[in-house]
Design a protein around this ligand. Structure first.
Ligand SMILES: [Zn+2]
Length: 428
């Protein structure tokens, strides 16, 4: 008997049957309860009384399948709007997705494309939400996450404060829809822009050591916050830029100001150091060594050609000098090529300008983490793998919503957000 049984078919069929049954039970229970008909009138949001206008049925997608719920409907003549108090109580207002399905949509929307998310929901949960609907619901949730992020900035418990905390900043271009770029100057041949810059802030600790005793990023210690927003200060007042305010919030949440040692890591971009200077004046500034080496490798390719063995050796030699703290040797080597190659001249200036941020042997002696590429990897992990895939073109609103959703998920904060969201609904 056992070996003739198609166990998978039984599983699927029984699960469907059980869910259908559960859906009917929930439907009957909710529809039998008419306590949401509290009287002939109910105060509308506009302040005028709305009149009871009977029970209205609406279909909702739940993890049990489709549910048809009948709710008391009130209509306000003054502002000509209708509402169902129960929708609000159940977390169903303005949506046809149940809270549990909305949560699933949030998770898949943070991790994969809307089409993949829709397919995963069907495959894993037998829930049918088409890609367009996944997009709308995930973006709506992302907007809630973004608003929540701006409000919730209490620092974590003191136990979370580590001796050394690292704060990295980076930027990456995001392909935008043409309508989002009208009138913006960019790097295209005709002066137009194809992308807008997402700015990312990453905080982590590196108390762990690898076999050689080199500090490595502590697993699970990385948090992200990012958005398409400006790092330039508004010149009309002394408010920090939107991105600076975001970085300060993230630093506060992580207890960065309380850490015994504070390190700001970045590539050479000026806005990073300006922001660090202004908001974290006592923090040590380090140029991410991974980025510095990449810069030198780029010069080698420009000077010697992309596949040149000589170029590879030249870059390797500069990397060793950089590791040894012999910046003078690196600059001398760059100056040899500066007259013929602008890239070499610029790189020399970059090293001169940042030399106090590139004292790698000194930083290493202090047990600091300098060459992880964490900051650059952060842009790939938090932004690239989800938002910079073939054929993706974003609106400003849509991108910021999904970036907020993804950063919250990757930072291990989605549960906390959901908890707060459910509490607000329960209280409302
Ligand atoms: Zn009204």
């Amino acid at each position: 008997m056992a070996d003739t049984l198609d166990f998978e078919a039984v599983e699927v069929a029984v699960r469907r049957q059980a869910l259908r049954l559960a859906a009917r039970v929930v439907e009957r229970r909710l529809n039998a309860d008419t306590s949401d008909h509290t009287g002939p009138t109910l105060a509308c949001a506009c302040g005028q009384p709305a009149r009871y206008a009977g029970r209205r049925a609406k279909r909702f997608t739940s993890v049990l399948g489709e549910l048809t719920l009948e709710r008391a409907y009130f209509h306000c003549a003054a502002c000509d709007t209708g509402f169902c108090p129960r929708d609000r109580a159940l977390g169903l207002d303005g949506t046809s997705l149940s809270p549990a399905v909305t949560r699933l949509v949030g998770v898949v929307g943070a991790l994969v494309s809307f089409a993949e998310g829709s397919a995963l929901l069907r495959e894993l949960a037998d829930v049918a939400v088409d890609p367009k609907h996944v997009e709308r619901a995930a973006e709506a949730l992302g907007r809630e996450v973004a608003a929540d992020e701006r409000c919730v900035v209490e620092p974590g418990p003191p136990a979370e404060v580590t001796p050394t905390l690292y704060l990295g900043m980076d930027g990456t271009g995001l392909p935008m829809r043409a309508s989002e770029l009208e009138g913006r100057a960019g790097k295209q041949p005709d002066g137009a822009a194809k992308t807008r810059e997402v700015k990312l802030c990453t905080v982590w600790s590196a108390e762990s050591r690898d076999a050689d005793g080199t500090p490595v990023r502590d697993p699970g210690s990385v948090t992200y916050s990012a958005a398409l927003e400006s790092a330039a200060s508004r010149d009309t007042d002394d408010h920090p830029s939107d991105f600076a305010a975001r970085v300060v919030r993230e630093a506060t949440r992580r207890g960065f100001p309380q850490a015994q040692r504070r390190v700001v890591l970045g590539d050479g971009a000026l806005w990073i150091w300006n922001l660090a200077e202004e908001h974290f004046p006592g923090a040590l500034q380090i140029v991410d060594r991974f980025h510095a080496k990449e810069h030198l490798s780029t010069v080698a390719k420009v000077v010697y050609g992309v596949t040149s063995e000589l170029g590879r050796k030249w870059a390797h030699q500069r990397h060793l000098e950089l590791d040894a703290g012999d910046l003078a040797a690196v600059v001398r080597a760059l100056e040899t090529h500066a007259p013929a190659h602008d890239e070499a001249r610029k790189c020399g200036e970059y090293i001169q300008r940042n030399r106090h941020r590139m004292r790698y042997p000194e930083f290493e002696a202090q047990g600091l983490c300098t060459s992880t590429g964490v900051v650059e990897a952060g842009c790939k992990v938090a932004i690239g793998t989800r938002l910079k895939r073939a054929g993706m073109h974003w609106t400003l609103q849509g991108a910021n919503a999904i970036i907020a959703l993804r950063c919250t998920k990757l930072s291990g904060r989605f549960e906390d957000f959901w908890e707060r969201r459910s509490q607000v609904r329960a209280a409302g």
